[in-house]
Ligand binder design. Sequence first.
Ligand SMILES: [Zn+2]
Ligand SMILES: [Zn+2]
Length: 346
Amino acid sequence: MQLYNTLSAKERAALIEEAGQDRLTISFYKYAHIGNPVIFRNHLFIHWNEMDVLGRIYVAHEGINAQLSVPAENFGRFKDFLDSITFLENVRLNIAIEQDNMSFLKLKVKVRHKILADGLNDATFDVTNKGVHVNAEKFNELIEDPDTVLVDMRNHYESEIGHFKNAITPDVDTFRDSLDIIEKDLQDHKEDKKLVMYCTGGIRCEKASAYYKHKGFKQVYQLEGGIIEYTRQVEQLKLENKFLGKNFVFDHRRGERISDDIISQCHQCGEPCDDHVNCANEACHLLFIQCKKCAEKMNDCCSDHCKEIHALPYEEQKALRKGKVVSNKIFKKGRSEVLKFKKQSV
Ligand SMILES: [Zn+2]
Ligand SMILES: [Zn+2]
């Protein structure tokens, strides 16, 4: 029984190229009660591996959170398989608008403590007492209401390149931080204001809405299926699109364009730009926004220092990295003093 990947990303990319078949990028999540996440994990791996499904999937006692790439021709089988699992029957699948055969190159199904690192102690509140789910049409209506406070539940680097008009976009590095900031800001409006929230695919709002209700907010709403599903409904039903810019996504595309607006700037020169990249120096890997001109000038790096290191022979770079594993963590959040046009954390 094969329970782990046997191909490298490179070998996989070559195979996908050779097969020349279309793949769909799909995401879904579901909170449920999973008795034995390890057995469930292996069950998923065996079946998905056999269907040539790739992606990053988290499984925990509390449910499943999955981002996948599925061969279009196997979609029917994939769907039947999901429907064969009681709590995944008819689960809403978010299908990416842009076709991308290389969105994932490995199948990684991981057992975690939680499916979303939310930093919350779930035992202290009722996670099933969620906010009202609204579709795109109702959401558009709600956010025009003067009594509505619209909150973006994502991190700073996500809302930076795209968000809904008039949304509060907390300048935070983690989901947990934004929960507190918003609660403090809206302290006096727990009853009279409508708290409307959204995130990428809906998963963060599932918990956040229950948390806010527990904290005394009376009118809590969440965008069902997040920005991904909103975009789909807007296109299908020809609704007005109120989302500006790009939707940050967690595969190698990093962003899906929703409107033509470019609301952010290159962190190095300040020109309008909303393309996220990772610093080419592997010891840094900083996530930041870089325009084509700066990319060329800086050799895809975030700083002169990284540019110098990146120019060294690979073996020398490796030697420099030895014993410095933590450096990556400092930069992971997409902030650095070397970036002139990026807001620093407060
Ligand atoms: Zn630039
Ligand atoms: Zn760098």
